[in-house]
Design a protein around this ligand. Structure first.
Ligand SMILES: Cc1cc2nc3c(=O)[nH]c(=O)nc-3n(C[C@H](O)[C@H](O)[C@H](O)COP(=O)(O)OP(=O)(O)OC[C@H]3O[C@@H](n4cnc5c(N)ncnc54)[C@H](O)[C@@H]3O)c2cc1C
Length: 284
């Protein structure tokens, strides 16, 4: 059983992990897609004390190198779901499962909008992990809506087991897909079903008959990651100790609300890790 699982791979998560390492805790850092952090897009950061004029990419590289030099291992696994087992948490990271006494969520700022039908049919044909649930739709038509290139790997995998695979990217680069996948660069307008399961999805140009829709998001909505999290203006509601309202769960950085700033993310990551350490001491 791990002491802590840190979910995220940006400045907040790395700051939390660094301090957990210094405090000699048994933890895992599940960082997801390293390209997803908004920081990668920042051409120049001038307001981070002591490291002026670096680009976001240079800064995050330096943060990762610092953490790794202290012995932090950054796993690239993405977390899809966390279950509160009463006293500990079970973390589903695709094909891997972890158990931890405490959780630090540092997944960054996600798109707050759900597609029409998304909340209603989540688990009834809509999923966030094609690798996990794709085999349930053997020889059936499925669609993937992807916010980033991760969706391409998922679509290529599904094309080997499902029937027709439709790919709808919401990002700009040209997807690299197998020939049997149909690509539609169109705006998704909704996902429909009969109350129990999905039967179609619509774009601004067509109706696609599908049994499942996988939505590959940069950030899985926090209230879907773990049940019972309270949100405030789309962010995880936390107190000054970064406690997120569920015993043993802490949140930090952009996922815990505005302002979306690097210094805040790093500071909150530090606070969250110290709070997690204190929590572990209290319950043992
Ligand atoms: C273009 C741009 C310019 C900016 N310029 C500045 C600036 O000049 N100064 C400043 O202070 N701030 C700036 N920011 C804001 C700053 O980048 C953010 O505040 C900061 O990166 C937040 O850190 P974070 O760790 O909370 O989230 P992020 O940096 O977004 O990192 C989140 C991480 O979590 C991972 N993740 C997400 N979901 C999962 C999951 N389910 N499982 C595992 N991992 C997951 C992602 O892959 C990512 O690595 C800028 C942002 C942008 C987009």
């Amino acid at each position: 059983m791990l002491d802590v699982a840190v979910i995220g791979g940006g400045p907040a998560a790395l700051s939390a992990a660094l301090n957990l390492k210094i405090r000699n805790k048994n933890f895992v850092l599940l960082g997801g897609n390293e390209k997803v952090t908004g920081l990668m897009k920042a051409p120049q950061i001038d307001n981070y004390l002591g490291l002026k004029g670096l680009s976001g990419a240079e800064l995050i590289k330096s943060f990762r190198e610092h953490a790794e030099s202290m012995g932090v291992e950054i796993k690239k696994e993405k977390v899809y779901n966390i279950l509160d087992m009463g006293g500990y948490f079970s973390i589903n990271a695709g094909n891997e499962f972890y158990e931890a006494v405490s959780i630090i969520i540092a997944t960054g700022h996600g798109k707050a909008d759900y597609f029409e039908g998304e909340r209603e049919y989540l688990g009834k044909g809509i999923g966030y992990c094609a690798t996990c649930d794709g085999p349930l739709y053997r020889n059936k038509p499925v669609a993937i809506i992807a916010e980033n290139e991760e969706g391409e790997e998922e679509a290529n995998f599904l094309s080997e087991i499902c029937g027709q695979v439709y790919y709808i990217p919401t990002y700009r680069t040209e997807p690299k897909l197998k020939d049997n996948i149909k690509l539609f660069k169109e705006n998704v307008t909704g996902i429909q079903g009969d109350g129990n399961k999905v039967y179609s999805m619509t774009t601004d140009q067509r109706v696609l008959k599908v049994d499942a829709v996988f939505i590959i998001r940069n950030v899985i909505p926090a209230d879907r990651l773990i049940e019972g999290l309270e949100l405030q203006e789309g962010a995880i509601k936390v107190d000054r100790n970064m406690a997120a309202g569920i015993k043993g769960v802490f949140a930090c950085g952009d996922c815990a609300g505005k302002p979306y700033q690097l210094a805040k993310a790093v500071g909150e990551g530090n606070t969250a890790s110290l709070s997690a350490v204190k929590y572990l001491e209290q319950i043992r």
